[in-house]
Design a protein around this ligand. Sequence first.
Ligand code: NAP
Length: 284
Amino acid sequence: MEVCYLIGYPVGHSMSAVMHNAAFRELGLDYRYELRPVKPEELGAFVATRLREPDVRGASVTIPHKVSIIGHLDEIDRVARGIGAVNMIVNDGGRLKGYNTDSLGAFQALEEVYGDLEGSKVVLIGAGGAARAIGYSLATTVEELVILNRTIKRAHDLVKGLSNLPDRSAAISAHPLTREHLENAIFNANILINATPLGMSPKTDETPVDGDLLGPNLLVFDSVYNPPRTRFLREAEEAGARTLSGIRMLVYQGAASFRLWTGRDAPEGLMARAVEEELGGGQL
Ligand code: NAP
C-alpha cells in the first residue's frame, strides 16, 4: 500500500481525499490518500522523517506550506519554480520533487469551456497563490492580462514576475481592486476570473464584483469551489454570461497529480462526481 498525504494546517475536510480515494478505488490501485495536519514548525521534521519513506508516494501541499515547502525538497519543476509555489510532491526512492498542478488545472478548465485562449483578454482578481498559478498559465497564451488586487503591491509583484517569462505573450498590468478599475477592465475583457476567497463558504453572501458590471460577452470563472455555485457565478448567469466553477480546476489539478503519482490517466469524470456529491450536488 502506498500513501499520498495532504499536508497543510489546518487540513479540515478535504475534497482532495474524496476525489483521490475514489480514483484509486476505481482503478484498483493499492494507494490511499490521507489528511495530515502539519504545523509550520513541524514541516521540516515531517518531510525528513516521513515523506521520504518507501511507502509514501508523495503529497498534496496546501495552506500555509505552498511556499515554505520549497526549501525542504530536492528538486522543483520549472513551472512550480516560475510560480514560486508547490502544490504537490512526488517521492521517487527518497528523492522529493515539487510541482504546481494548479496552473495546468486552471488552464485546462478554461480552455475546455472557452476554446483557444490565444488572443483573449483576461481580468484576474487576486494576487495570492491561486492567482499566481492562474496568471502563470495564461501569461504565455493570452493577449492581455489585467490583475486587480486589494493590496496593490502584491499585484505589482505578480506583474513583475510574469513580465520576466521568456515566452510571455500577454500585455500585463496591475490596478487596485476598486469598482472603477473593475468597470474599465471588464469593459474590454473576454474572461473574468476570481482568485480570491470572496464568496467561499461560510461567507457565501460575498462577491468580488458587483453584478451590474457583468455582461453576456464574458466567461466568468470562479476559482472558489465551495459552494460550486457562488453568488459571483449566479449573478454572472443572470447577466447572461457563461460561467465556470472552481470544481473543474480542482479536478484537473488533482488529475495531473494523480498521473504523476501513479503513471495512470485519472478517471476525471468520476473524480468530479465524487466532489459534486460531497458538496451536495453542485454542477460543474
Ligand atoms: P491567498 O494566497 O491567501 O490569496 C488570497 C487573495 O485573495 C489575495 O489576493 C488577497 O488579497 C485576496 N483577498 C482575500 N480576502 C479578500 C477580501 N476580503 N477582499 C479582497 N481581496 C481579498 O489564497 P489562495 O491560495 O490564492 O486562494 C484563493 C482562493 O482560490 C481560495 O479561497 C480557493 O477558493 C481558491 N483556490 C481554488 C483552487 C481550485 O482548484 N479550484 C485551487 C487553489 C485555490 P490581498 O493580497 O490584498 O490580501
